[in-house]
Structure formats: C-alpha cells, structure tokens
Design a protein around this ligand. Structure first.
Ligand SMILES: Cc1cc2nc3c(=O)[nH]c(=O)nc-3n(C[C@H](O)[C@H](O)[C@H](O)COP(=O)(O)OP(=O)(O)OC[C@H]3O[C@@H](n4cnc5c(N)ncnc54)[C@H](O)[C@@H]3O)c2cc1C
Ligand SMILES: NC(=O)c1ccc[n+]([C@@H]2O[C@H](COP(=O)([O-])OP(=O)(O)OC[C@H]3O[C@@H](n4cnc5c(N)ncnc54)[C@H](O)[C@@H]3O)[C@@H](O)[C@H]2O)c1
Ligand code: SF4
Ligand code: FES
Length: 809
C-alpha cells in the first residue's frame, strides 16, 4: 500500500531552513512532499561566504550550497523570487506575492533577519546599502569600478568584513563606529586595539565614537554628517549596525513574537503545525545571529518532523572568528568577566599575540584570542563541554604545547562524542569527519573539506579537522604545506629562494612579484619579509621600521599599562659602581617606579613614559640591551675561574666577548647565550640557544635549549679547545640558524624540526664555518646602536612625542 506523504512547506530558502530539510531527508526520505519558497532569486547559498567573495578569495558560483539539480533530484518544488505574504493557519495554506498558494501539514518559517538600517535623513539615497545578500555584494563590486570613497557604518564583524572586501576592490575605506573600540560585542579592549592597529596597517581607516546624523547628497550619496558637526565624504555607504529577525509574516499571522518568533525547545511556534528555525526564531529569549546555532536547531526540528525522539534544543554557546585574511581574532562564550569569574591574560607585543581566558568555578566560560588562534577550536570545545579545567589553566593560556599538544589534543578529540559539532559554520560533526576518513578514504584536510564541507568557511575548525585526520588516518595523513600566512600560499623556503633568485629588494616588491593576496600584507608576513630581506641583503637592505612590532619600533618593552621598560646593556652581567650610580640617578630623575634585576643579570627600569625614553637613553649613555627584539638578548655568566674555586675557565671574559661580538644581531627570534666556568653549570647554559660550558682544557658547546613555557635541554654540538674556536662555532651556528630558520622560530623549535645531526653536518667543515662567520660579520658590521641613533636624530625623536587623539600607542 502506498504511504501518503505529508505536505511540508518551507518559507525561506536560506541556510537554516534548507539545512533542516536536508537533515530531514536523511532521517525520513519518504515522509514529505516538500515545497520551498525563497524571496531571493537564487538556490540556497552560503551567506557567510559573501565576505570571501567580496574579498576576492572565492567566486560567486562557488558559494551555492544546494544546486537547482539538488532540489530536482529530491523532488522539491522550489519557488525562487517568491515572497510568502500570508499564512492561513486555519486552512493550513500559504500565499506568495506572485499568486502561488500551497497547502501544508507542517510549515517551517526560516525567514532569517533583515539588516538594521539606521533611520537617518537621506538613507534612501542611491549608494546607501546593507551587506546581507548577493545583490548587495554585486552592488559593492560594481560601485568600486567607478567610485572611490566608501564609508562602512558599524565596526562589528559584518562591517569589518565588508570594509576589508571594499579595500580589496580598491576603494578608500573608513569604518564609522559609535563606540570607542571596534567589535566590542566580541572583544575586550586590548584585543580590539590590536585588531584596529592591524586593520590600519592593511589600509583601513577608522572614525571612532561617531554618531551618524544625516546622509548628504542629491540623488546619490555624497557624504555623512556626524552629530559632532564633522563630515566625511562618501560615494558609497554600507550600513552594518546589526540585524533584526524577520518576523513580519509571523506577526501578521497571529503567532507569538517578541524580538524573534517565539519557539519552544522543539522549535514549535505558538500555532500548531508551524515551526521556526534560524535567525528568525527566538529561543529562551535569544535570537542568534550566527550559523552554528541554526544547525543545532535544525537537527532538533528535523528529528521531530521525522517522528524521532529528541531531547530538544537547549540553546547554544557561540564563538566567532573574523574572516579577514591575515588577521586572526577569535572570541567565544562570556569574554567580559562577569561577576564571580576570574580572568587569565597573556600579551606578547613582540609577536602581536593576546589571549584571555575567563574562568568560573574551575570551568572555562569564555575566551578571546588575537594573533594566535590555533587553540580556539579546542578552547571552544572545552567551553561547550563545561569541563573542569583545574590545574590546566596555564597550559590552556600559553598554548597546547607543540610536542605534547598532538597527544593531549588527540586524547581530547578521542573523548568527544560523535555528534559534537566540529565545524560550526557548516554543521559538520566529529562522526561525519571520522566517517569521511575511515570509510570515505580522505587523507588530507582538502579532501575532508570537499567531502564534508568542514573547514570550508571561516577556517576556524581547521586545527580540529587536522587533529581528527591524524587521529584516524595515522601515518596515511597527508599534511599539505601551508603558506606563511593567509596572504600567500608560499612557504618560508620558497619565499627565501624566490627573493634570492629574482633579487627582490623590498617588502612591497616581494608582495607584488610573488602575487600576495593582500596587497598590504599582514602582521605575520610583513615582519617576516623584513627579516628575510635584511638577512639576505645585509649591505643594502634598509630595515622597514613600520614592519616591526611596537617594542622593536620603540626599542623598549611595552608593559601592560602602556608604559615601557628600559634595560641598558650590561655585558656578561658585569657592571661597575660608576654605571650603577648613573642608572640610579636616571631612575631617580625620571621617577622610575620600579628597578629590578632581570633573569639575564641586568637592570630593568620599569614604568617609563614613552616621551621620556629618548631623554633617559641620552642621560644613561649606555648601549641598548635589546631586551625587546628578535635579537641577541643576554649572555649570562657565572664568575668562573676569576673567583670560583671550581672554575676551570674564565667564564666572565668569554661571556663578555660573546656579548660584544653578537650584540645587535638581528635573528629570526630572540637569542639567549650563557657561559659556565665548569660543568656545575651555574649559569644554566644548557637551557640557552647557545650554551658554553667549561671543561678541563676546553669548552663544550651546546645548542637549541630553551627555558620558559616549553623547556628544552640543549643538544651537545661539539667540544673545542680555544676561546677563538668558541667564537668561530658560535658565529657559524648563529648565522646558519639565521639563514635557515623560519621567522619567529626559536632555536629549540628549529633544532627539533631539522634535527641536531643536520646542524652538526652543516657546521663540521671548517671552510663552511668560516664562510658563515664572514657572513655574520658583514651583518654585524652594519648594525648601529638604536638608542644612540634616536638620541642624535631630531626627526626620530618626534615619534616619541605624546600621541594625538587618533594616534596609536
Ligand atoms: C556577509 C555575511 C557574513 C557572515 N558571516 C558569518 C560567519 O562567518 N559566521 C557565522 O556564524 N555567521 C555569519 N553570518 C550570519 C549568517 O549568514 C546567518 O546567521 C545565517 O545566514 C542565517 O540563516 P537563516 O537561514 O536563518 O537566514 P537567511 O540566511 O537570512 O535566510 C533567510 C532567507 O529567507 C528569505 N525570506 C525571508 N522572508 C521570506 C518570505 N516571506 N518569503 C520567502 N522567503 C523569505 C530571505 O530572502 C532569505 O533568503 C554572516 C552574514 C553575512 C550577511
Ligand atoms: N565572522 C562572523 O562570524 C560574521 C561575519 C559577518 C556577520 N556576522 C553576523 O551577522 C550579523 C550582523 O553583523 P553586524 O556586524 O552588523 O552586527 P553586530 O550587532 O555584531 O555589530 C554591529 C556593530 O555596529 C555598531 N553600531 C551600532 N549602531 C551604530 C551606529 N549608529 N554607528 C556606528 N556603529 C554602530 C555596534 O556598536 C556594533 O559593534 C551578526 O549577527 C553577526 O554575528 C558574523
Ligand atoms: S659553574 Fe662552576 S665555575 Fe661557575 S660559578 Fe658554578 S661552580 Fe663556579
Ligand atoms: S568553523 Fe568555520 S569553517 Fe569550520
């Protein structure tokens, strides 16, 4: 006997509704005759990816999720370009604006949201648009061909992604934001400031604390007037100031509505037979504006419509990732430290990294990451699981260690339930990915992406997808080599080789010739190119100061309160009464709040105002200790044979000689040395990048050590007899590291990656060593003391003057 199918009508051919239908078809393929109405003239597409279309990463035809063929093969009647204008819930019928009527047994409303348009005088002028659909995207692409100036109102996720896209299209873009800092709904102040600076580096401008008052122009927009009387020119205004759920149809049909269409845990509205899902739905007082919740809602709805048991929808914890190439920002859960919570922060201005974790009752409830978001997906999973994290807080803040990380991540992934969502953007569960690997034969992230769509949108889930690949494919997993950042598919070695081969001499030239995706580059590639060019062309390359981080630009370490610390060089940790007096006098004169000995045997003057830096350096008249940059930091020594009864060699003289030899050396990452006068090793030389330990009749030379978060003991490189040999080997090692490591790669990670044997082999031939030594000498001969340079150069001193209102720290 033929089964009678029920009639299912979906209003809204967008991501939420069609996903629920797709899921239903999997659970109960023969239960319903399905009709879909969509106001837009397209099949269902990935709205998220409009940002990537605008920014040039993806073509419009690549963002279609369900082709017309899909609707056909699933026997779905599709009415595109039809807006449903009325529902007769008594006779269970819907009516479209083009005269189509459709009867239903079950009706799903998935009408999404409308962009909120500020009701400003002049908002109806030509050139004033939102950013919500394909049409808006096409208008922006067309406008950029003839017009120059764009204003984006709203510095939230959407506004910033729109602004980045418009920059890519060649427009001059300013973001008008009502608050003091951007993305305040997702970020705290430090992360927001770091983000703004990075976007400014990419060419975006900001008008902060601006209340828009009127849009000026005749037929077409000419500019925007602000409440403070100021004015900004514009040929295009994009409003991105939030969204409001599209509830008109529901309201007019007598359904209970609030901000959204009110639904219960089973996505049922107040009228029997009518459900709502996605951005239009309000569940327990929340109407979401992201895709991840709609997959969770859609799964519950599909189960119920399929007649299966479901626990119901309990609400979603959300995370966001800004989709701007070259900028890594992540935010999840409650990031603003509500009462009864404690926060842990990590800020590294040298590498441009900021992390904040918010903890309540030993559970992670929120996180903000900037610069390094590789742990975002893992942290988000912990937030969702509400797992007890006592004792693991530091590991989480400082990053799941690369060595231990794979195994600890592996066990975490193993412990995840099969239905846990790994890719929030595309609703892909752990089980679906595992199946793609185990049954589908996927052996790379690319194949998993093609097979399941996981990692195809914002890319935030990629570390987890990679983790699952390694977990289930083991040695068969193919890790595809990645570019140094989102601006290029080229890796470090290819870039260095091309710079050499084509004799590229400036950062801009490298970006142009090697076809960077972002013309301006990003916080990762700009400083690394600056380093590679300086390393390859030491005699002609002029360092690009703007490619360096704050600390290296100001030659002082920025502190959490925005002041700086000053560390003069004290060779080998040996000072004199005269120098100590000078330091004390300067500290007193400039009211330095704290004077402290560092772990590297120097004196740190903390809490110095930026404008005082040049005057202090002038009065100190000592070389910079480079306590801030990717360069030689300190050479720690013990007293050695000069005073110690165990000492076999003069560790002090050796330490001072090495520090004088290599001070100011530019390196891929910071470099620390130490010299001990006997194997008791009081200067801890075996956790330094280059450690020298005296033995009877000579020196042991050690490499690749590290203290800090991921402690690594050194490997023994060789044993030498004379002091000159120590310097020769140290020179050769440091230059070989400079020429072969990736930017920002400490010697410990580098030695681990390439293997100590390969380093030994590269250095064993004396001729090679001398050639390396000659090259490091060339580099060192070009360096100057940065403090002196600034003290003697009035133009450079100006950079330290107090900042203007829109200036940066
Ligand atoms: C540019 C952009 C980038 C985004 N990036 C992200 C991101 O990175 N991550 C993230 O999580 N979220 C992102 N979002 C948000 C995400 O796209 C939405 O959360 C998601 O699309 C909501 O899906 P929905 O189906 O509820 O609504 P929609 O996608 O808006 O779909 C609703 C559909 O219903 C149609 N419709 C409305 N009323 C009627 C009617 N009466 N009759 C017929 N059809 C009707 C509409 O035309 C629309 O096509 C982004 C949004 C935009 C605009
Ligand atoms: N990467 C992503 O996850 C992503 C990307 C794009 C859009 N989206 C989603 O799309 C939706 C829309 O994004 P959105 O950024 O418009 O919404 P939003 O509500 O997140 O941000 C709007 C921003 O506009 C600012 N604003 C409000 N009124 C203003 C005014 N008069 N002048 C200047 N600024 C003003 C607010 O302070 C806020 O920061 C959101 O739900 C968002 O989550 C997500
Ligand atoms: S390392 Fe040896 S020489 Fe140096 S202080 Fe310690 S015991 Fe003395
Ligand atoms: S979470 Fe965005 S692509 Fe997977």
């Amino acid at each position: 006997m033929a089964v009678t199918r029920k009639r299912l009508v979906l209003v809204g051919n967008g991501m939420a509704g069609v996903w629920a239908v797709e899921h239903l078809l999997k659970l109960a393929p023969d239960s319903y005759d399905i009709t879909i109405f969509g106001a837009e003239p397209h099949p269902n597409y990935n709205r998220i990816m409009l940002s990537s279309v605008l920014a040039g990463g993806v073509d419009m035809d690549e963002i279609v999720i369900n082709s017309l063929e899909w609707y056909k093969s699933n026997h779905i009647t599709l009415y595109t370009g039809h807006t449903v204008t009325a529902i007769d819930s008594v006779n269970r019928t819907v009516f479209s604006d083009k005269g189509v009527e459709a009867r239903y047994d079950e009706l799903i409303l998935a009408t999404g949201s409308n962009p909120f348009m500020l009701p400003l005088p002049g908002a109806d002028k030509e050139g004033v648009i939102a950013f919500r659909d394909i049409k808006d995207c096409q208008i922006m692409q067309k406008t950029a061909k003839t017009y120059k100036k764009a204003l984006v109102i709203g510095g939230g996720l959407l506004g910033l992604e729109a602004a980045r896209g418009l920059l890519h299209l060649g427009m001059d873009v300013s973001v008008v934001h009502i608050q003091e800092y951007i993305m305040e709904r997702q970020l705290d102040e430090p992360a927001s400031i770091m983000l703004r600076k990075e976007l400014e580096n990419q060419g975006m401008k900001f008008l902060l604390k601006k209340q828009s008052e009127a849009i000026l122009g005749k037929k077409r927009v000419k500019g925007l007037l602000f409440a403070d009387g100021s004015f900004a020119e514009a040929d295009l205004i994009v409003m991105a100031v939030g969204i409001k759920p599209n509830i008109e149809l529901a309201r007019n049909s007598g359904m209970e509505v609030n901000r959204g269409i009110v639904v219960n845990d089973y996505m049922e509205t107040s009228i029997p037979g009518i459900s709502a899902v996605g951005e239009c739905a309000e569940h327990r007082g929340i109407a979401y504006g992201l895709v991840a919740p709609l997959y969770e809602q859609g799964a519950v709805l599909a189960k119920r419509l399929a007649g299966l048991e479901t626990e119901g929808y309990a609400g979603s914890v959300t995370s966001t990732k800004l989709k701007v190439s070259g900028v890594d920002v992540f935010s999840a859960g409650q990031f603003m430290e509500p009462e009864g919570t404690r926060a842990m922060r990590y800020q590294d201005e040298v590498d441009g990294v900021y992390k904040k974790l918010v903890i309540q009752d030993d559970k992670l409830i929120g996180a903000v990451l900037f610069g390094d978001i590789s742990d975002g997906a893992m942290l988000f999973s912990l937030i969702k699981k509400s797992e007890n994290i006592k004792g693991k807080e530091k590991e989480m803040l400082l990053g799941f260690s690369p060595e231990a990380g794979s195994s600890s991540q592996g066990s975490r992934l193993e412990g995840m339930a099969d239905d846990e969502i790994i890719c929030g953007c595309n609703g892909v569960s752990k089980g679906a990915i595992a199946e793609a690997i185990q049954s589908g034969g996927c052996t790379s992230v690319g194949q998993i992406k093609a097979c399941t769509k996981a990692s195809a949108s914002c890319g935030g889930c990629k570390p987890l997808v990679e983790g699952l690949l390694h977990l289930y494919a083991g040695e068969a997993a193919v890790t595809v080599k990645e570019g140094i950042c989102g601006c290029t598919p080229l890796g470090r070695d290819e870039i260095v080789a091309e710079i050499k081969r084509m004799e590229l001499k400036t950062v801009k030239e490298v970006m142009n010739v090697l076809e960077w995706v972002n013309e301006e580059g990003c916080a990762k590639c700009r400083p690394s190119l600056n380093y590679y060019l300086g390393m390859l062309w030491p005699e002609e390359y002029i360092d690009e100061k703007e490619s360096r981080f704050t600390n290296e630009r100001y030659h002082a370490n920025i502190q959490k309160d925005g002041t700086y610390s000053v560390v003069p060089r004290i060779y080998g940790g040996v000072t004199s009464p005269a120098d100590l007096k000078k330091i004390a006098e300067v500290a007193e004169k400039f009211d330095v709040p704290l004077v402290k000995f560092t772990g590297g045997q120097r004196l740190d003057l903390l809490g110095v105002k930026k404008e005082d830096l040049p005057k202090m350096w002038e009065e100190l008249d000592m070389p910079s200790g480079h306590a801030y940059g990717k360069t030689l930091r300190t050479v720690k020594t013990c007293v050695g044979s000069t005073f110690c009864r165990f000492g076999t060699q003069d560790a002090l003289a050796m330490g001072i000689r090495l520090e004088k030899e290599f001070e100011r050396l530019n390196a891929p990452a910071k470099v620390k040395l130490a010299v001990s006068g006997c194997p008791r090793n009081c200067s801890e030389a075996t956790i330094k990048d280059f450690g020298v330990v005296a033995i009877d009749g000579g020196w042991e030379l050690h490499i690749g050590g590290n203290g800090g978060v991921h402690v690594r003991a050194t490997d023994l490189l060789c044993v030498v007899k004379t002091d000159d040999e120590v310097v020769e080997w140290a020179s050769a090692f440091l230059q070989y590291y400079r020429e072969n490591a990736g930017w920002n790669e400490r010697t410990a990670a580098w030695v681990e990656r390439v293997g100590v044997e390969s380093v030994k082999q590269a250095l064993e031939n004396r001729e090679e060593r001398l050639a390396l030594q000659a090259r490091i000498q060339t580099t060192l001969s070009r360096t100057t003391d940065p403090w002196k340079e600034i003290v003697n150069e009035p133009e450079l001193r100006k950079n330290f003057e107090p900042i203007s209102q829109s200036g940066t720290i």
